[in-house]
Design a protein around this ligand. Structure first.
Ligand code: NDP
Length: 504
């Protein structure tokens, strides 16, 4: 870049050329990028607001790192359906062979902090988002088909043992094995962790597993239980402990480098996507709890069914915006894919969304990498950094305003029988008496109280639309006829037609 001076005080500044103009965050052009001082030796004036802005932003440019899976690498890709699962699920993105859906996959290590080395012995996260036409589906999995614990009370405890000792601030083998030795359900995952697959050669050379049991729901409301598998087409490749030590000695970012560079040279990694399914009858007959996250479903009994292929083919432009801010949550489900009784999944449905509220804030879903590619229309509003996309539309429901989003019963999940109990969304407005008690209260009032009540109500109701007044009037009548007549009179409403229509 060519430089000139601004003459008088000899500061260097860019020549006026084709380069974009430097501005403040407000967009105002910056003339000189040097501190504004009283004389060449200072002090600096508070008036140098561009300097203050730069310093203040810098002080705030980190967000809390993820408590788990802090170190990660991400890439965009494409999921292509190859098998026919339309009989099992109504999920639109799985509806027919050849259909493609944009994805974003974040790999990670579990225990290390954001600056940890990639080539550690650890489980690898495999968090995959499908930007489907019916919303984002986040399958937040790992490179192992099972997990260390099956009860969510133990999850936070387990992670504490993988992190640093409260006094020494060191990773602590006594702590880790103390916990594992007290939790035999961890043995399956411990065996995988310390097997040859415990240190992958790269993120391209691992399988991914949804691990949890999910449900698939078809267009007729039929439900099967389902597990997801992503088999690397690059082949499984691992490092020995000695190889990993050598890699870490020269490159702490080996997995990030491998993934980014492979995609940059258009060597796109691919995974064969498969499912296993289990009917409710099979689940009841299975010798283990099929929803136990420490167990697999043996392939011989529940063979893999190929449904698609995943290819990663685009590097993010900006690591912080797209990878650090990627907020995967198992609660991001789409029609046709649902949860199961798996206790760990049930806990994660809440926990992941909660941690994003803390780390990124209430509008984390508006960050471009998290934003669904389909329209989002609801009554959630405001909060820090709201984009205001809903404009002047109503922020409440139910409402009678034309053109507002309404639930579509076609997307109601079928009821779910859990033992003797039915899990469903029961209508809280039927089988309820909403009128007797308000009526009793009204009848208890003396004439003065009734008049003042009616006057206050009409002060507000009188300013609502006529249609709203009439609907509300019916409620007053149902509670007490005098209550209704009194309000109607004050509002100047003719209720003769309404009374004629009332059943005797
Ligand atoms: P199978 O012989 O049908 O499957 C064995 C599986 O083990 C294959 O998927 C293979 O993956 C995988 N595998 C091989 N070495 C390792 C390792 N070091 N760490 C993790 N997985 C490995 O037997 P079952 O279905 O009866 O399962 C037997 C055991 O295999 C399970 O207890 C579990 O530990 C492991 N496993 C089972 C899976 C399942 O869904 N059934 C999935 C993954 C592991 P690949 O084909 O990619 O080489």
């Amino acid at each position: 870049m060519a430089h000139g001076t601004n003459g008088q005080n000899g500061h260097t500044c860019p020549a006026q050329g084709t380069e974009p103009r430097l501005t403040t965050a407000n967009g105002a052009p910056i003339g000189v990028q040097q501190a504004l001082t009283a004389g060449p030796r200072g002090p600096v004036l508070m008036q140098d607001v561009a300097l203050l802005e730069q310093m203040q932003h810098f002080n705030r440019e980190r967000i809390p790192e993820r408590v788990v899976h802090a170190k990660g690498s991400g890439a965009y890709g494409t999921f292509t359906v190859t098998g026919d699962v339309s009989k099992l699920t109504r999920a639109r993105f799985l509806e027919k062979a050849g259909k493609k859906t944009e994805c974003f996959l974040r790999f990670s290590t579990v225990a290390g902090e954001r600056g940890a080395a990639d080539a550690e012995r650890d489980v690898r996260g495999f968090a995959l988002r499908f930007y489907t036409e019916e919303g984002n589906w986040d399958m937040v999995g790992n490179n192992t088909p099972v997990f260390f614990v099956r009860d969510p009370y133990k999850f936070q405890m387990f992670i504490h043992t993988q992190k640093r000792h409260p006094q020494t601030n060191l990773r602590d083998m006594d702590m880790q094995w103390d916990f594992w030795s007290m939790c035999p359900e961890s043995l399956h995952q411990v065996t995988i962790l310390f097997s040859d697959r415990g240190i992958p050669a790269s993120y391209r050379h691992i399988n991914g597993y949804g691990s949890h049991t999910y449900s698939m729901i078809n267009a007729q409301g039929g439900r099967v239980w389902c597990k997801f598998h992503f088999k690397t087409r690059q082949g499984i490749r691992n490092m020995t402990d000695d190889e990993a030590a050598a890699v870490i000695g020269s490159d702490r970012e080996s997995h990030q480098r491998d993934l980014f560079e492979a995609i940059a040279r258009r060597e796109f990694p691919k995974w064969r996507v498969c499912i296993q399914t289990m009917t409710q009858a099979q689940a009841e007959a299975f010798r283990w709890n099929p929803f136990d996250l420490t167990k697999v479903w043996p392939h011989r009994e529940f063979p893999l069914i190929e449904i698609g292929e995943l290819e990663l083919n685009r590097n993010p432009e900006n690591y912080f915006a797209e990878v650090e801010q990627a907020a995967f949550k198992p609660s991001a489900l789409v029609p046709g894919i649902g949860p199961s009784p798996d206790k760990m999944l049930q806990a994660r449905l809440m926990s992941y969304a909660d941690t994003h509220l803390h780390r990124l804030g209430v509008n984390h879903h508006q960050v471009p990498v998290n934003r669904p590619r389909c329209p989002v229309m609801n009554y959630i509003r405001d909060g820090a950094l709201a984009d205001g996309a809903a404009g002047s539309k109503p922020n409440y429901w139910p409402n009678t305003v034309a053109g507002t989003p309404q639930p579509d019963p076609a997307f109601a999940d079928p009821a779910w029988k859990l033992g003797q109990t039915i899990v469903d969304r029961f209508d809280s407005t039927v089988d309820h008496d909403d009128y007797t008690q308000p009526g009793n209260l009204y009848r208890l009032f003396d004439e003065g109280q009734r008049e003042r009540l009616a006057t206050r109500i009409c002060g507000g109701l009188g300013r609502a639309r006529k249609e709203v007044q009439m609907r509300q009037l019916c409620h007053f009548f149902r509670a007490d006829e005098d209550y209704g007549r009194r309000i109607a009179k004050k509002l100047g409403l003719d209720v003769s037609a309404m009374m004629a229509a009332q059943p005797a």
